[in-house]
Ligand binder design. Structure first.
Ligand code: CU
Length: 463
């Protein structure tokens, strides 16, 4: 029997056992005072029967742990880099001081081998977020360094099970070892897709959930390339949060007719009532060419708890600044091909060796280039960002440090929920509104990492 079979069977034993597998350290919960030591290091892990060597994680033999913080409680992490490559850590979706944002040259120097950086911030928003490096990003993310970060709130509704899920792919050969992490062909189109799809570093895990119980499924799309089109047919549930923030504009349940589009870096929280009958299953799948592909299964166990979604308290609102649309300035951004004479992006943080993409016709020339901001925003002012994708490819456009609300699109109805990423479909123009309430230089880039690293990167300055 393969180790994969062993792990699947072990995963199936209980939801709690599964949760404890999320990191070699176990899920980490915020205690008092002590800084959390995070050591970026090489790892080895059996994604398939044969262990994959040369992975990147925070322990030698396990996925990066789920970090659980508390809203309003200071968080301190000391990150140590043991890799023979530069790195940094970014806390995706969190609204924090600029100097803690983890973007090389913009907010800190890159960390060489043996370097440390103390990250310290107090989360003001509760919800589902994640962390990943922002230097040598392509290689380190593709090889494993993506983990969930959950901010809890004492007012959170009580679920029978809280299940964080890290959705991502891997590019492995027949021998389960890494193959080329990207191709030029992919980088110039929709990115280079993985060969193995996983949830929590497991192919098609089965999670036991209490029959008739209420489950909070926290889904994070941390893949470098894949835009998910999620479906959970036949489930009784609702979408309660998007990109970490409580849903204020209802989102359709992700069924076969209306897959939920989750771009690279985005999160969605689902509240689900598990089937009452023991053994009954719910399937989370991705709608993709060739037909739906199973990502994970939830299997009801035990006697029917008979809980009711209607009894769940709503999520408490996060303290987000409401845009003043009557007094908004419009800023235009166009995402497309790079000019033919654009230089190749290079620097300490890794180069793919090509330039294909640009924002406002400028290809990001390199992290250390000293390029100025793409736009300067006045602190406290409302802006409408008009985001025009003139390419035939999808671009999940992510802004650091602030969140925004989609207003309208030329292609579809958009939901007016707070997000940190505008999921721009091919040829789509979307307008989003934000209050520039966080001073600093904030990275603004596509989260298809091959696009980010071949020109589709810039930053906005708020003063
Ligand atoms: Cu892109």
């Amino acid at each position: 029997m393969s180790s994969l079979m062993h792990r699947r069977q072990f995963l199936a034993t209980s939801g709690l056992a599964a949760a404890s597998l999320l990191g070699g350290l176990g899920p980490w919960r915020q205690a008092r005072a002590e800084p959390l030591a995070l050591t970026i290091q090489n790892a080895r892990y059996a994604l398939e029967a044969t262990p994959t060597e040369g992975m990147v994680s925070l322990s030698p033999d396990a996925p990066p742990p789920v970090l659980r913080l508390s809203r309003g409680q200071p968080f301190r992490a000391e990150v140590l880099n043991t890799l023979d490559a530069y790195t940094s850590m970014h806390w995706h979706g969190l609204r924090l001081p600029n100097v803690m944002d983890g973007v090389p040259y913009l907010t800190q120097v890159p960390l060489g081998q043996g370097d440390r950086y103390s990250y310290e911030f107090t989360p003001q928003d509760a919800g589902t977020f994640w962390y990943h490096p922002h230097c040598t990003t392509m290689e380190q993310m593709a090889k494993g360094l993506t983990g969930l970060l959950i901010v809890e709130d004492e007012r959170d509704p009580r679920f029978d099970l809280d299940l964080p899920v890290n959705l991502r792919d891997w590019r492995l050969g027949e021998d389960s070892q890494f193959i080329d992490l990207y191709t030029a062909r992919g980088a110039a189109r929709n990115g280079t897709f993985g060969t193995l799809m996983t949830a929590n570093w497991t192919s098609e895990p089965v999670y036991d959930v209490p029959a008739g119980g209420l489950v909070r499924l926290r889904l994070a799309a941390t893949d470098t390339t894949r835009v998910y089109r999620l479906q959970m047919p036949g489930a009784e549930g609702r979408v309660i949060a998007f990109d970490g923030h409580p849903v204020i504009d209802p989102v359709l349940w992700p069924g076969p007719e209306a897959p939920l589009v989750l771009g690279c870096g985005q999160r969605v929280d689902l509240a689900i009532r598990a089937p009452g009958q023991e053994g009954a299953e719910l399937v989370l799948q991705n709608d993709q060419p060739g037909g739906p592909r199973v990502l994970l299964r939830l299997r009801a166990v035990g006697a029917d708890l008979g809980h009711d979604l209607g009894d769940l308290a709503p999520l408490a609102a996060n303290p987000l600044p409401e845009p003043d649309l009557a007094d908004a300035e419009v800023l235009e951004f166009v995402f497309g091909w790079s000019p033919s004479d654009a230089p190749v992006n290079d620097g300490f943080c890794g180069s793919l060796g090509y330039t294909f993409w640009s924002i406002n016709r400028v290809a990001w020339p390199g992290d250390a280039s000293g390029t100025g901001p793409l736009a300067e925003l006045r602190l406290g002012r409302t802006y409408i960002l008009r985001l025009r994708n003139e390419s035939p490819n999808d671009h999940p456009i992510h802004l650091h440090g602030m969140v925004f609300k989609p207003l309208r699109s030329n292609r579809r109805e958009v939901s007016g929920n707070w997000v940190d990423t505008a999921m721009l479909l091919a040829e789509e123009t979307m307008e989003v509104a934000l209050v520039a309430d966080n001073p600093g230089d904030w990275a603004f880039h596509c989260h298809v990492i091959e696009h980010q690293k071949t020109g589709l990167t810039a930053y906005l300055r708020v003063t």
